[in-house]
Design a protein around this ligand. Structure first.
Ligand SMILES: Cc1ncc(COP(=O)(O)O)c(C=O)c1O
Length: 383
């Protein structure tokens, strides 16, 4: 811990000290989440969270942590054939090529890397059957600390094996939100560990925001009019918006959702949650990484006013077709969530944005973890 500032980091380096006092005023340090969860005080703490904002300096600090563990900048992919179909220049940010196969490694690495040595030694806990679970496991393995991932017992064996490959201990629970939360809290308590939330966490959001920094570095001034980003809990788009809007205020950050998520209505009414009774109900989509209905409180507080009012919604059929196009035209294997932005670009609805003058668009291809069987269903030639 550094004097005068109780927010702990593991790397001992702080290039943005001037910003930190404000950060401290607005945020609880991540390691207090774990303790609060274990003590059943999470709801009490959450009530303090919405006042906080993640800022560019936090994203830049995250980039230093990511560099320290060699989380590579991901490439920008191009296809002249796709550009022609879409009617503008498309820059595909290849997060499916990130370690663990999704952007989640960025947020997990920042959250795990920010723990001080004593707190980190007790380990980390997360609940996720998918990309977040693998990312937290890999980040913990890279730091050499214990990790427990809680997954529903209905999770396919391949996904469990993927988490175990990164050295994490897997604990099975019933497939309900309550069971996941309770099982995680029990592990946090037993290990004295820190809980890492998939999106409602300032450090996770800042880690995802490093994609925005890379886009800024990789694309020239005249090469970026808008960024299209898939949304579940909002950590990804929130982090990118914080970085991009600080560096290039005129660039539009546009959300892409699977049909059923209701983000369009939330944005129109400027309300994070439309109906508290259904906010936690999973949405029905083939984009299995995007099942969360509501935008998280921290992403909302940090970025809702930075996002474009336009929301693009895509259907299962459009997502499947985009997976095929990514494979055929770019030779890329992407999971359904990873195909969301391409699906939005190819949809007739995008014509309205093109007519508003969008000429260069970055599209985040957020993940590539897909079962072979599902992939074959979408990429196999149709009769
Ligand atoms: C591949 C992929 N894309 C998008 C998302 C959505 O991210 P967020 O919850 O930060 O909006 C997730 C979340 O798990 C994901 O795994």
């Amino acid at each position: 811990m550094r004097s005068g500032f109780p927010y702990r980091t593991g790397d001992g380096h702080n290039a943005y000290f001037n910003h930190r006092a404000r950060f401290h005023l607005n945020f609880f340090p991540i390691h207090t989440w774990g303790r609060a969860l274990a003590a059943g005080k999470l709801d009490h703490m959450r009530s303090f969270m919405p006042s906080g904002r993640v800022q560019l300096a936090h994203v830049q600090e995250a980039a230093e942590r990511l560099k320290a563990v060699g989380a590579l900048p991901t490439p920008i992919l191009r296809s002249s054939i796709i550009d022609k179909s879409v009617g503008c220049v498309c820059h595909f940010k290849g997060e499916h090529l990130q370690r663990t196969g999704s952007f989640k490694y960025r947020g997990a690495t920042n959250a795990v890397g920010a723990l001080d040595a004593k707190t980190a030694a007790n380990g980390v806990v997360a609940h996720s059957s998918g990309n977040h679970g693998a990312a937290v496991a890999a980040a913990a393995q890279a730091r050499g600390i214990p990790c427990c991932i809680v997954v529903p017992h209905t999770t396919p064996a391949a996904k469990i094996e993927n988490i175990e490959r990164y050295g994490a201990r897997v604990v099975l629970c019933e497939p309900t939100q309550t069971a996941r939360t309770e099982a995680s809290a029990a592990q946090v308590k037993a290990m004295g560990a820190t809980f890492v939330h998939p999106y409602d966490d300032a450090l996770v959001l800042a880690g995802q925001g490093t994609i925005g920094l890379e886009l800024h570095e990789q694309l020239g001034r005249d090469e970026l009019d808008a960024v299209l980003v898939p949304v579940s809990g909002g950590g990804l788009i929130g982090g990118i918006a914080v970085a991009i809007k600080a560096l290039r205020p005129s660039v539009r950050v546009i959300a892409v959702e699977p049909q059923g998520k209701e983000l369009r209505l939330c944005f129109a009414q400027r309300q994070r949650v439309l109906d508290a009774a259904t906010a936690n109900a999973p949405i029905d989509t083939i984009a299995d990484a995007i099942r969360t209905k509501a935008f998280g409180p921290i992403p909302w507080a940090s970025a809702s006013d930075l996002l474009d009012p336009t929301v693009l919604s895509v259907s299962n059929a459009q997502i499947g077709e985009a997976m095929r196009v990514a494979f055929v035209e770019m030779k890329q294997v992407v999971e359904p969530a990873g195909a969301l932005t391409l699906a939005a670009l190819l949809a007739p609805e995008f014509g309205a944005l093109r007519a508003q003058g969008l000429k260069h668009v970055a599209a985040v291809v957020c993940g590539g973890n897909v079962d072979l069987e599902l992939l074959m269903r979408h990429v196999a030639p149709r009769s």
